[in-house]
Design a protein. Structure first.
Length: 155
């Protein structure tokens, strides 16, 4: 007798009878085996197709992202939005953000552009180089007070 039968505190004849009645030796038919196997194969194939489509979608998303970044990477017109606002066919000197006013925001925007390595833009002092001297020139324009002919302030 095996250990499972010895652990029961029942008479051996009853134990043997119970095991013979409730023993589950079920033999499945070949058709049932084939059906279960086919369903399992179909499920694995579906999961594999899903993984392949997910991989293709991820690769397509990366390709689209790279393609959308190419124009920005190879653009030579880095300073086109820094030309300043034009009033009556005249460019307002020092107006970096194009709001029509030369103020501290223009100074900060030009300094940030220089810090990030922008090439081109507004050369305020006319020396042909975009650097901290242009930032200083815009700062001076931002705080300057113009005096009218009658002695009153224009700004």
């Amino acid at each position: 007798m095996d250990s499972d039968r010895d652990d029961l505190d029942l008479p051996k004849s009853l134990t043997n009878e119970l095991f013979s009645v409730y023993r589950a030796d079920v033999a499945s038919s070949a058709d049932v085996d084939r059906l279960v196997l086919n369903r399992a194969k179909a499920e694995f194939a579906r999961r594999r197709r899903l993984r392949i489509w997910a991989s293709v979608a991820a690769i397509a998303a990366v390709i689209l992202l790279v393609i959308s970044m190419i124009p920005a990477m190879f653009s030579t017109d880095h300073g086109s939005n820094w030309v300043g606002l034009i009033h009556n066919n005249q460019q307002l000197r020092g107006d970096v953000n194009g709001d029509g006013v030369v103020d501290i925001r223009d100074v900060l925007r030009l300094q940030k552009a220089i810090d990030t390595g922008m090439k081109g833009g507004i050369d305020v002092n006319g020396d042909g180089v975009l650097d901290h001297r242009d930032v200083d020139a815009i700062a001076q324009l931002a705080v300057r007070i113009e005096v009218a002919a009658d002695g009153g302030a224009l700004r």
